[in-house]
Design a protein around this ligand. Structure first.
Ligand code: GDP
Length: 298
């Protein structure tokens, strides 16, 4: 994860190690290198600019420190700014005052939504919750069955229209699932909506209709981190079309660069809440900006 970016930043810092004090020229050269490292990592330009400006300002204003040498000071500043750009604090899931808490998942097809639904459900079950997965992707053949398989592996209930029941409307299925969750004492409902390969108005409208019908406590935008900066464009389209409260990054295990992770919070103003790091159900956790920053600078 983020190996390319880590390597680049490490080499930027190592060139500072011999310095006793940083001149303005040193700071300019260092921030220029950081800028290149971020651009190579496919971080969105406005984010790169904001990041570099902040590092430069803080490096110039840094007091001569007894405890940290100049190289360590720059590492600390970059670490702090990485935490900031990744969202600062960990943003936890908000639970509804009255159960069930409704979580709706939105994102492109292939983003890893269905897998994520299972991971989140398992994670919540392990914390003592009783989640229910809802199959609201009725477009893609096999999507319902795929969710059922995921639900079985995660050992959580799945609500899906009975074959031949005539209920083919994802809005209706989502609405009914809330009543069913109440009836069966599930405290969390996770709705897996349909995605398409590209941004598509019909898909957006359907997700917005489901949102209006169930009024989710949390709408999570699920995005494949490996698409880098394209994640930002997709996120903006979903923000306009559906709106969301938080982001889930998937496939971080295959992402050497980190462009999506470092851009999406700043551009959308929404926190990254969860991270998916593999195909197995256990490869999942809440997203912690400080841990992620340490990993990048490790
Ligand atoms: P959906 O179309 O958004 O529901 O996406 P799926 O859940 O079907 O996932 C698409 C593919 O990505 C599947 O082959 C998953 O096994 C794979 N996948 C999902 N999450 C991850 C992840 O975090 N890491 C890796 N390496 N693969 C993942």
């Amino acid at each position: 994860m983020f190996e390319t970016l880590s390597d680049r930043l490490t080499s930027v810092f190592s060139s500072l190690r011999s310095k006793g004090r940083l001149s303005d020229a040193d700071i300019d050269a260092t921030t220029r290198e950081i800028r290149i490292a971020l651009l190579e990592a496919d971080v969105a330009l406005p984010v790169v600019k904001a990041f570099v400006a902040q590092v430069k300002e803080r490096a110039r204003g840094a007091e001569v420190s007894q405890a940290l040498n100049p190289a360590q000071q720059v590492v600390k500043i970059v670490n702090d700014e990485l935490i900031e750009i990744l969202g600062g604090e960990t943003r936890r899931l908000r639970f509804a005052k009255t159960a069930p808490t409704v979580v709706m998942l939105a994102g492109l097809q292939g983003a890893g939504k269905t897998t994520l639904a299972g991971k989140l459900a398992r994670w919540l079950r392990e914390q003592g919750h009783a989640p229910m997965l809802v199959a609201a992707d009725l477009q893609r053949p096999n999507a319902v069955q795929q969710l059922q398989v995921v639900g079985e592996r995660a050992q959580v209930a799945v609500y899906a229209p009975e074959p031949g029941s005539g209920v083919g409307d994802p809005v209706e299925v989502s609405r009914r699932s809330i009543d069913e969750a109440r009836r069966l004492n599930h405290d969390i409902v996770i709705i897996d909506t349909a995605g398409r390969l590209g941004i598509d108005q019909e898909m957006m409208k359907q997700a917005a209709d489901i949102r209006d019908a169930v009024r989710p406590d949390e709408t999570l935008f699920v995005v494949d981190a490996m698409i880098g900066q394209d994640a930002v464009t997709t996120a903006q389209a979903f923000m306009e079309g559906v709106g969301f409260d938080g982001v889930v990054l998937t496939k971080l295990d295959g992402d050497a660069r980190g462009g999506a992770a470092l851009s999406v919070r700043h551009i959308t103003g929404r926190p990254i809440m969860f991270a998916s790091t593999g195909e197995k159900l256990e490869d999942f956790d809440a997203f912690h900006p400080d841990r992620m920053a340490s990993r990048i600078l490790d």
